[in-house]
Design a protein around this ligand. Structure first.
Ligand code: AMP
Length: 280
């Protein structure tokens, strides 16, 4: 496994490999890797000749400076995990080179996908995500890029990005990896206190119960029920719960035939923000 920090080096290396008929799989990450990330890496290894993981804590996608400052960094452990998984290249660029000393985002319109849920609650987040992912795509030119359904809205936005920018890259969504107690794996989980960690599986438990209610209850009833559950909770604060249509991510009021729905949730454990979602 080779670790490369410079844009020109990774770009030249990968374009050489691609021109000798190797397929390239890319997994963009912000590091602090866990089994969820590694499941994406393993899928890429199974489906491509060369697997590249980028590790870059992207400053432009954070709406709160504090969240960026406290984002966990565990680069040595990450490299060990990636080496063990069979990854070929790790791209670890520096912010100044990536942003050419001008750390700011391009503005994007993703057919309204950017205006829903995370877009409403994290100003500029998807401009930051679009900016960095587009840069990484142009630098590495993968055949396939892998994204987790954990960030389902992000996955839909990246699919739209590739369509709008006319990039010849296949986007694959991968299932959410969970801890045994159901909590969706996340780099931010390492910041939870023992008590918060004990409480956090309540998020998935509530999503599962909401899923079970779907046959007998309206979306409005489920929304109110979820909101009540969190009002009663001592340590977890609900930011939003929404049932949305999978393709457009628009809030769903009433179930229609031939449409797929998903429930999305964002919860604060003190200042740590956790998100999850479930197919309905
Ligand atoms: P991050 O490092 O949080 O930006 O995540 C990098 C990629 O890993 C994104 O595509 C995430 O959706 C994906 N990912 C993060 N957590 C999980 C998880 N628990 N299961 C599956 N994919 C995940």
């Amino acid at each position: 496994m080779k670790v490369i920090s410079e844009i020109r080096e990774i770009s030249n290396t990968l374009s050489r490999l691609k021109s000798s008929n190797n397929t390239i799989g890319l997994i963009p990450t912000m590091g602090a890797l866990h089994k969820g990330h590694i499941s994406l890496v393993e899928k890429s290894i199974a489906e491509n000749d060369i697997t590249v993981v980028s590790i870059f804590v992207n400053p432009t996608q954070f709406d709160k400076q504090e969240d960026l400052t406290n984002y966990p960094i565990t680069i040595e452990k990450d490299l060990e995990l990636l080496e063990k998984s069979g990854c070929d290249f790790v791209f670890t660029p520096k912010a100044n080179e990536i942003y050419d000393n001008n750390i700011s985002s391009q503005k994007f319109l993703f057919d309204g996908l950017e205006q829903q849920m995370e877009g409403k609650h994290r100003a500029g987040h998807f401009d930051g995500v679009g900016t960095i992912v587009k840069k990484f795509f142009l630098i590495t030119m993968p055949n396939i890029a892998y994204f987790g359904e954990k960030d389902f809205q992000q996955l839909q936005i990246i699919k739209k990005l590739v369509e709008l920018e006319k990039l010849d890259i296949k986007i694959i969504g991968c299932p959410i990896h969970r801890e045994e107690d159901g909590l969706a794996m996340s780099s931010r989980n390492t910041r939870l206190t023992d008590q918060q960690r004990k409480d956090a599986p309540f998020i998935y438990k509530t999503l599962k119960e909401a899923q079970n209610k779907i046959a007998k209850h309206s979306f409005t009833e489920i929304n109110s029920w979820v909101s009540e559950q969190f009002k009663k909770h001592k340590t977890l604060n609900l930011e939003y719960f929404e049932i949305a249509e999978e393709d457009t991510l628009k809030t769903a009021i009433k179930r229609e035939n031939n449409k797929k729905y998903r429930a999305f949730i964002a919860v604060f454990a003190d200042k740590i923000r956790l998100i999850d979602n479930i197919s309905l």
